[in-house]
Ligand binder design. Structure first.
Ligand SMILES: *[C@@H]1O[C@H](CO)[C@@H](O)[C@H](O)[C@H]1NC(C)=O
Ligand SMILES: *[C@@H]1O[C@H](CO)[C@@H](O)[C@H](O)[C@H]1NC(C)=O
Ligand SMILES: *[C@@H]1O[C@H](CO)[C@@H](O)[C@H](O)[C@H]1NC(C)=O
Ligand SMILES: *[C@@H]1O[C@H](CO)[C@@H](O)[C@H](O)[C@H]1NC(C)=O
Length: 338
């Protein structure tokens, strides 16, 4: 006899229905807006291109190639579309926008329901296989894509990631999915309940992406012991020397925090800050954390070497303008040829 808890039953029911929903690609657009992790950057309406990914030219143009990793509820094709102004300003630049699975629906779904460690492994392989990236690349992570690309930098040093731009990435995790708790979002409610009550159980950790960077300050020890993704890449359990060495190979690590972020709780996580254990109000800044003082990841060394950049953008999560991006990110970090 298999014993199902209420949560498992609820989850099964809800994930079945949401998977069905997602299989109608016409609804993907709805879904991603519904979860409001969607990217409304540049005042663009989300646009999903149908059919296969737009073909990329095999240009060996002068600019360092780009790799994008999208956020929760979003898809690679949408990011590529929304960030096309970057390509306009870097003519001929090669862009790889990560897509998980063979369809937009799969891609969106993987933002919730596919073990991040497996996703990182696959992305590492794709990057390694792509001859256009063999001399190195700049990486741009949107929201959770920010911490996922950091894992790529730490685990897969070849080919080299040159600059990593994290746009609202949650490097110390999150505690709360505020927009997710809105009424009538049954799928979200279940995720919320799972995260609140059983985030650190093995069966949840192994399939729910958000559980893998759920950082409950009231269960700090459980988090450190059981988080299969974030506690690992932050060197909180085992101190993996390769992670520290590889991260320091970056020329620049650029952490962008959104001043009025209403999605990421706490927004300071975008700069590696977090709640003090036992509190959901008091924030410990990176510089005051053990991770920094004992330099588990090399961030202290990077900061002292001028490689760590703390930028902030006015506005809510991912609500930056082209002008802001061009001035603060594109010109200093992407407009490079080697
Ligand atoms: C790809 O190359 C072809 C032929 O050189 C050119 O016409 C086309 O505009 C290029 N596409 C992009 C997206 O740069
Ligand atoms: C791109 O061009 C290089 C050099 O011309 C070639 O070796 C490589 O196979 C090409 N890659 C793809 C994906 O077409
Ligand atoms: C990478 O290349 C290897 C060897 O050609 C192939 O077996 C593998 O499936 C590729 N992996 C990905 C993720 O493209
Ligand atoms: C965490 O792991 C340590 C070492 O294995 C163990 O002593 C401790 O009881 C664990 N704590 C929790 C809350 O699981």
């Amino acid at each position: 006899m298999i014993y199902f808890t209420d949560f498992k039953l609820a989850l099964l029911a809800v994930s079945m229905s949401s998977l069905l929903e997602l299989s109608f690609s016409g609804l993907v657009n709805h879904n991603s807006r519904k979860f409001s992790f969607t990217v409304n950057y540049f005042e663009d309406k989300p646009i999903f291109e149908n059919g296969p990914r737009s073909r990329l030219n095999n240009s060996s143009g002068p600019f360092v190639p780009l790799v994008y990793w999208h956020g929760m509820g979003d898809a690679g094709v949408h990011v590529k579309h929304s960030l096309r102004f970057i390509e306009d300003q870097l003519p001929g630049v090669y862009v790889k926008s990560i897509q998980m699975g063979s369809s937009i629906a799969d891609d969106v779904k993987s933002g919730y329901f596919r073990n991040v460690n497996d996703q990182v492994k696959q992305v590492c392989e794709e990057i390694k296989n792509d001859t256009n990236l063999r001399n190195g690349y700049n990486a741009i992570g949107l929201s959770q894509g920010g911490q996922f690309l950091r894992a790529v930098a730490q685990r897969c040093p070849t080919p080299p990631m040159i600059n990593l731009i994290s746009l609202g990435g949650q490097h110390q995790g999150v505690f709360g999915l505020p927009k997710c708790s809105a009424p009538k979002q049954s799928w979200c409610e279940v995720i919320d309940k799972l995260l609140t009550h059983v985030a650190y159980e093995g069966w949840v950790q192994n399939f729910l992406v958000q559980a893998e960077y759920w950082h409950d300050p009231f269960k700090q020890e459980e988090y450190v012991n059981n988080s299969v993704f974030l506690a690992d890449i932050n060197n909180e359990r085992v101190k993996n020397v390769a992670y520290k060495n590889n991260l320091q190979k970056l020329r620049n690590l650029v952490l962008v925090l959104f001043d009025d972020d209403s999605i990421v709780e706490p927004k300071e996580s975008e700069w590696f800050g977090y709640f003090r254990p036992g509190s959901d109000k008091e924030i410990v800044r990176l510089e005051d954390s053990q991770l920094y003082k004992e330099d588990w990841l090399g961030l202290k060394a990077m900061n002292e070497g001028g490689k760590l950049h703390f930028l902030s953008s006015p506005g809510d999560h991912l609500q930056f303008t082209k002008e802001w991006f061009t001035k603060n990110i594109l010109s200093p970090f992407l407009n490079i040829t080697s």
